[in-house]
Design a protein around this ligand. Structure first.
Ligand SMILES: Nc1ncnc2c1ncn2[C@@H]1O[C@H](COP(=O)(O)OP(=O)(O)O)[C@@H](O)[C@H]1O
Ligand SMILES: [Mg+2]
Length: 793
């Protein structure tokens, strides 16, 4: 194959982007060649053609984003190669460059994104310490986490629903295994050097201002380089890194996030969806973060709660404020798009509309005394108002983006174009009169430009200055010097309009960039305002109360499960009291009576309080927990190849390792995955250990043996769920009371579940014959506790 200059150009560029699919702009298409073409044609279901023997597949340039989305979602990395100059007749080969590398985690375009954060994570490890830098390129957010605990790192990666992992080579295969659905890429070690990158990106004199460890700085440098590489720019839009550490936040393990159904996932109904009545995308994202990272500092928690309380107490202003917030747009992402030169005219309109709300919001804010006044960049609003059409059409350069009156020069050219039609009509009329050809027509086509068309019958009448341009079957087309001049002017005007509008749009974007700091602060303030006012709104809507904090008392009166109560009629309220003396609750009761709901509800109420939310209870006095641990339900870790029991014991091991006297531990049916004797024994031993530890524990179990703990440890209280028997029917009241479950009511539950009557009756028979006498007379629970040596603490 003879290599043309164009192909040579292609191959040279492809050489630099071997690991990506290269989309190469050729006129109105982005073309893929060779192996890339085969993939593109398969994934996008488009025809595979050939160009000089090379397999080729093309995408129309205006539909790029639609196709790009599919390629990226299918797990490919795509490099976009654009034409860097206007095609002209004189030059043969125009300059082409890659302007963008698209991966799942480096996306700023609205079409690709949902309202939620889109995080990529850069992960590194050195001598057993793990560092993860999370970045949402579309918002500029950067979060840094460092720990010697691999599990904590994995938990965070899971909780953040990352869309991409970038890591050092030696971590790649294990991370791939852990996160099979996530696009994972390794980068070479030199990415992790050059701390100047950090200084440059943040315009810092001294990187030590960030108070990050050397490992964290290196990882941050890698992130910066990677983002530069994908966005092909030196100007990044990154916010200062925020350190996530157990000192400031509760870092929840992923099991707890799942068990308590905190955020949307596979499990359906969740806390986030219940609380998320936010009005802005920034608010929704922040609320999720608050839920994933409850505070551990009492003062900070109380600050939030007080803000919420003030908002609750002025409902009129609250509603007004939320009304205004509902018109606030995604400023955070708009700023990012502007910064990366990927904004569309509508972004600037949305920005103006948002900014115009600020003065009104500021008026209301003074009513609460909670928020500082929002910054209002007046000149910017004024500029946007004057420069950008209220309802812009198309992209800059098509003439419908910059408002009339903004640039007299642009307007002049536009006038010229707009009057062109009229002028042509006039010209046509004049020519008809001059030649006496009534059927003379002035027209335009792409190839020949403007022309005068005369039918063959009238050819004898044409004047001398008509110059032949084109011959058709029944007519001929001509041009005159006047028409030629007219054409030149029109073409020049069109070109000028295109250039000028692009330039003007760019200059407005530059102005926006200059206000970046203000705008980012603004979006942060708006997000916080949105979340606090949403928590106030939720408090009113769902009838929540303000929790108060104490050293070690946990007292909930009339508590409810925030999620279950939304989907259950007549949800039954429950109380609980725990303190240092009484800190271990064993809950027994039949299946379906509400044990799991109850212990989760205690966890959720505590968690909500620590994010600064009011809580579903009549009264709540709570300790500030350093962490909430859960061990619940049967889950197989299929991907990890661990059995239910192994998963359970893994999670239990973590709790035993990490819980402190300030932790809340929720255990649901621990020990179920193995034989009864083993299960009870392990559950008992774990309980002893946790009682010694001093944490607060709620343990729901069907092992009645565990209720014997109460006899040996004064810290233990037994609770059960009241079951009423009315004749042959049992009623689950869902009421938590003191005591021990006397029966399991398994057969009754089976009946409620729809097992046929004849099977149910047979089960009663078997129960009667084989077990009744045995358990009544010498219950095995008694036997059990007599057999094990006990050392009360
Ligand atoms: N306090 C309550 N008020 C009303 N319904 C409840 C309550 N607690 C639980 N339920 C209902 O009972 C069902 C079973 O509860 P669950 O906590 O799973 O029981 P268990 O863990 O004892 O098997 C729940 O799905 C819910 O519909
Ligand atoms: Mg249960």
């Amino acid at each position: 194959m003879k290599v043309t200059p164009l192909m040579e150009q292609y191959l040279r560029i492809k050489e630099q982007y071997k690991d990506s699919i290269l989309l190469f702009r050729l006129g109105d298409f982005y073309e893929a060649f060779f192996e890339d073409a085969k993939i593109v044609s398969k994934v996008l279901n488009i025809v595979l053609t050939r160009r000089q023997d090379a397999p080729m597949a093309g995408i129309p340039y205006h539909a790029l984003n639609t196709y790009l989305k599919k390629l990226v979602e299918a797990g490919y990395k795509v490099a976009i190669c654009d034409q860097m100059e206007e095609p002209s007749k004189s030059k043969k080969l125009i300059r082409r460059e890659v302007t963008r590398v698209v991966t799942p985690g480096s996306i700023v375009e609205d079409e690709f994104l949902s309202e939620t954060n889109n995080y990529m994570a850069v992960v590194s490890e050195e001598k057993g310490r793990y560092c993860t830098v999370f970045c949402d390129v579309s918002t500029g957010e950067v979060l840094v986490h460092e720990s010697s605990d691999e599990q904590e790192t994995l938990d965070l990666l899971k909780n953040y629903s990352i869309s991409q992992i970038v890591c050092s080579e030696h971590l790649k295969s294990s991370l791939r295994e852990r996160f099979p659905g996530v696009y994972t890429e390794s980068i070479s070690e030199w990415y992790f050097s050059d701390l100047e990158e950090v200084e440059k990106a943040y315009n810092l004199k001294d990187i030590h201002h960030f108070e990050l460890s050397p490992l964290a700085l290196k990882t941050l440098a890698a992130l910066i380089k990677y983002v530069k590489y994908t966005m092909i720019t030196e100007d990044l839009n990154l916010k200062p890194p925020l350190l996530i550490s157990q000192r400031d936040y509760m870092i929840l393990d992923s099991a707890t996030v799942e068990n308590l159904s905190l955020i949307p996932g596979d499990r359906g109904k969740n806390l986030f969806d219940v609380l998320n009545n936010t009005e802005t995308p920034m608010g929704a994202r922040l609320l999720k973060k608050w839920i994933l990272h409850p505070l551990v500092d009492r003062k900070q928690i109380e600050e939030r709660l007080e803000a919420v309380e003030r908002l609750v107490n002025d409902r009129v202003s609250l509603e007004e404020m939320r009304n205004f917030l509902s018109n606030v747009r995604d400023v955070e992402r708009i700023v990012s798009r502007v910064e990366y030169n990927r904004s569309v005219p509508r972004d600037l309109v949305a920005l103006r509309e948002t900014l115009e709300i600020i003065p009104k919001l500021n008026e209301i804010l003074s009513n609460f005394g909670v928020f500082n006044k929002l910054a209002f960049p007046e000149e910017l609003v004024d500029l946007l108002r004057r420069a950008i059409e209220d309802d812009p059409l198309g992209s800059p350069g098509e003439g419908k983006v910059i408002k009339r009156g903004f640039s007299p020069e642009l307007d002049e050219y536009r006038d010229l174009l707009e009057h062109a039609e009229e002028r042509l009509k006039e010209f046509e009329e004049k020519e008809r009169e001059r030649t006496g050809i009534q059927k003379l027509r002035v027209g335009y086509n792409q190839v020949f430009g403007y022309y005068i068309e005369v039918t063959k019958a009238n050819l004898d009448k044409i004047p001398d200055d008509y110059e032949r341009k084109q011959t058709l079957v029944n007519s001929e087309r001509f041009i005159t010097p006047e028409l030629k001049e007219f054409e030149t002017k029109i073409m020049a005007a069109k070109e000028r309009i295109e250039e000028m509008e692009k330039e003007l749009f760019k200059s407005v974007c530059e102005e926006v960039k200059k206000h970046k700091e203000v705008l980012l602060k603004l979006s942060e303030d708006l997000a916080k305002m949105d979340v606090l006012s949403t928590l106030a709104y939720d408090a009113i809507l769902y009838n929540y109360t303000k929790p108060v904090f104490s050293e070690d008392r946990l007292e909930i009166k009339g508590g409810r499960h925030p999620v279950v109560e939304r989907f259950t009629q007549n949800f039954v309220e429950n109380d609980i009291y725990m303190d240092n003396e009484k800190r271990f609750v064993v809950i027994t009761g039949p299946n379906m009576s509400g044990k799991s709901t109850f212990i989760r509800q205690v966890g959720l109420i505590s968690l909500m309080a620590q994010i600064g939310s009011f809580v579903p209870a009549q009264k709540a006095i709570l300790p500030v927990f350093d962490r909430i641990f859960t061990r619940m339900g049967a889950r197989d870790d299929l991907a990890g190849g661990r059995s239910t029991f192994l998963v359970e014991m893994n999670e239990m091991a973590l709790i035993l390792l990490k819980s402190t006297e300030k932790s809340l531990v929720l255990l649901d049916e621990v020990g179920r995955g193995t034989s009864t004797q083993d299960g009870v024994s392990i559950a008992w031993a774990i309980s002893e250990e946790l009682i010694k530890r001093g944490c607060k524990v709620l343990f729901a179990t069907h092992f009645t043996e565990l209720t014997e703990l109460e006899k040996h440890f004064p810290q233990v209280q037994n609770k059960t769920i009241l079951v009423k028997e009315e004749g042959k029917n049992v009623i689950f009241t869902h009421k938590v009371v003191d005591g021990v479950a006397d029966r399991s009511y398994g057969i009754e539950v089976a009946k409620i579940a729809g097992i046929p009557d004849r099977v149910i009756n047979r089960a009663y028979e078997i129960l009667e014959r084989n077990f009744k006498n045995h358990t009544k007379k010498n219950g095995k629970s008694n036997r059990f506790s007599q057999q094990i040596p006990l050392f009360p603490v």
